[in-house]
Write a protein that binds this ligand. Sequence first.
Ligand code: AMP
Ligand code: ZN
Length: 112
Amino acid sequence: MSCLFCKIIDGSIPSTAVYQDDQCYAFADIHPRAPVHVLVTPREHIASLGDAAEGHKKLLGHLLWAAAEVARKKELGKGYRVVVNNGAYGGQTVDHIHLHVLGGRPMSWPPG
Ligand code: AMP
Ligand code: ZN
């Protein structure tokens, strides 16, 4: 298996866990772009949001809920941002779908 995030999820590459359950694993981003920067990943390998199938609709909802749970655990009551980069133009660099949870500072808009 060559996927970086699959290796993080199975523990063969170390990470700092923030939240986990039977469907997902959330861990600290190694190159944080904000005081809080957590990645929420499904345990199942799905390459990108665009590759998610109709059968993944419930899982996608669960990932969004897990992002909110991460924000609660990290006490981001002032607000936060959830981002999914998709494909080359979307800035995706790791081909295992993940939600970025960013917080701890005000966010600007539009993103770069
Ligand atoms: P994206 O560019 O949206 O595909 O996001 C990939 C994210 O994975 C980036 O924010 C990287 O900093 C992060 N990342 C890459 N390698 C690791 C790692 N070993 N542990 C934690 N985060 C990582
Ligand atoms: Zn994977």
